[in-house]
Design a protein around this ligand. Structure first.
Ligand code: GLU
Ligand code: MG
Length: 436
């Protein structure tokens, strides 16, 4: 039997799932122009595949146009490669569809450029776990752990390199079968494209090793979480670093300080985007090295936003190293929506000319509610429901997204939450582990 290569044109949707349709590779040229047919209601398919309340019903037609710049290719011995191409959803007249996550990120990046002439440089740091691995004492960060998973790691690194993703580190993290993988920064829309492709590569490479990988935010209520940390810096129109100012507060440039301030000011109102699952809120609790407050930390791995260290012995200049990291996110979020929320919040901070917050070196979970309020900080929402309420109630955050998006998103998430309502947290984690 012979096989003919198929290419899958995809979107990474509100649920953070990669969905689409495939076509014979020989049709690529045609599909790059015409795309494939797509349906508005697909946006309300939750991560559990139920369809949440939809304003579109059975109506409407869209096209999903693959973008060769966002291709994932994984060679397979003796068979055609596995090829996915991420793309944009458009109306049939060619205009971007309002609820295309990739177009939403494009709008956010355009706003940053417009308000401050800046572009975003960044990369997603991912954690994931191999399913079914039990805790084995002595393997976290260890040479034994490295040796056992070296072939998997080396295959993943090669696959990243083949896909234009510059690998940075691969490590056997703390949790059972847990890994962290980092990559070099890229710019603009490619930051999110690469995050989506990385996740797909991890799943595909794990499958080739006869394993299942999961990016579930947390595998059980007592476990360590799988975080997504978004590393960001700003660049001017000539591609020069624009985040560092040796004279600025915490060495942040004026715009970078305002950007950071915007993220922290609005964070509790957009946590529903960055930590979008029911179980995300088991991870966003103190002492898990994730984030529980809207705080800026200086080298603090429990701060929502951390100014990362710069090294005097690096071959890179201080201004090129200098950046900050957002830690209150997980892989249930579409990288496009997550990044769009961060960029809008940052641009909002620049527009409002916000003051740079204090950087904390303090465990905020030890403060009384009064002292916490006096410190100017807030606990992030503690359930998805509360996060959605805060999202729906904030007109500024709503204005960042297309008309109707807030309502659509809340309905989507309510439809998702209904599937795990009434389950105990352990079972909720299990359900999410199956789909992420
Ligand atoms: N696992 C932690 C999280 O859920 C992060 C640990 C680390 O700092 O890499 O975000
Ligand atoms: Mg880690």
């Amino acid at each position: 039997m012979t096989r003919e290569e198929l290419i899958m044109a995809c979107t990474c949707d509100i649920a953070g799932k990669v969905r689409g349709k495939s076509f014979p590779a020989s049709q690529l040229e045609k599909r790059l122009k015409r795309g494939i047919g797509w349906t508005p209601t697909n946006v309300q398919i939750t991560c559990f595949d139920n369809i949440a309340e939809t304003p579109f019903g059975s109506f409407g037609d869209l096209v999903l146009i693959p973008d060769v710049a966002a291709t994932m290719r994984l060679p397979e011995e003796g068979a055609p490669s596995e090829v996915l191409m991420l793309g944009d959803i458009r109306h049939t007249d060619g205009k971007p569809w309002e609820f295309c996550t990739r177009s939403i990120l494009r709008d956010a990046l355009a706003r940053l450029e417009y308000v401050a002439g800046l572009t975003l440089n960044g990369t997603f740091e991912h954690e994931f776990q191999i399913r079914g691995e039990e805790a084995r004492p002595g393997t976290a960060f260890s040479s034994a752990g490295f040796r056992e998973w070296r072939a998997f790691g080396e295959t993943l690194i090669a696959a990243m390199r083949d896909n234009g993703i510059a690998p940075d580190t691969f490590l056997r993290e703390f949790g059972p079968g847990q890994f962290e993988v980092t990559m070099d920064p890229s710019q603009g829309i490619a930051i999110a494209d690469q995050a989506v492709i990385l996740r797909e590569l991890v799943h595909a490479v794990a499958a080739r090793f006869g394993k299942g990988a999961t990016f579930v935010p947390i595998r059980s209520p007592d476990a360590v979480g799988n975080g997504v940390h978004v590393h960001m810096s700003l660049m001017d129109s000539d591609g020069n670093p624009a985040t560092h100012d040796p004279e600025g507060k915490h060495e942040l440039s004026r715009h970078a300080g305002q950007f950071v301030a915007g993220i922290l000011k609005y964070l509790d109102a957009f946590t529903a985007i960055t930590a979008p699952s029911v179980v995300s809120y088991l991870r966003l609790t103190p002492h898990r090295w994730s984030a529980a407050f809207n705080n800026l930390g200086f080298r603090d791995r429990e701060a929502a936003l951390r100014i990362c260290p710069v090294s005097d012995i690096s071959d890179l200049a201080r201004a090129r190293q200098f950046h900050f990291e957002f830690r209150a996110a997980d892989a249930a979020a579409s990288p496009y929506l997550l990044l769009a929320a961060l960029v809008h919040a940052g641009a909002q901070g620049i527009e409002e000319e916000l003051d740079v917050p204090e950087a904390m070196q303090q465990d905020l979970s030890l403060l009384s509610p009064q002292d916490l309020a006096a410190s100017g900080h807030k606990r992030l929402p503690q359930t998805l429901e509360k996060a959605l309420d805060a999202f729906a109630a904030n007109d500024t955050v709503a204005s960042w997204f297309p008309e109707g998006f807030t309502d659509l998103y809340v309905k989507h998430k309510q439809g998702e939450a209904a599937i795990v309502a009434g389950l105990d947290p352990e079972d909720q984690c299990r359900r999410y582990e199956e789909v992420y």
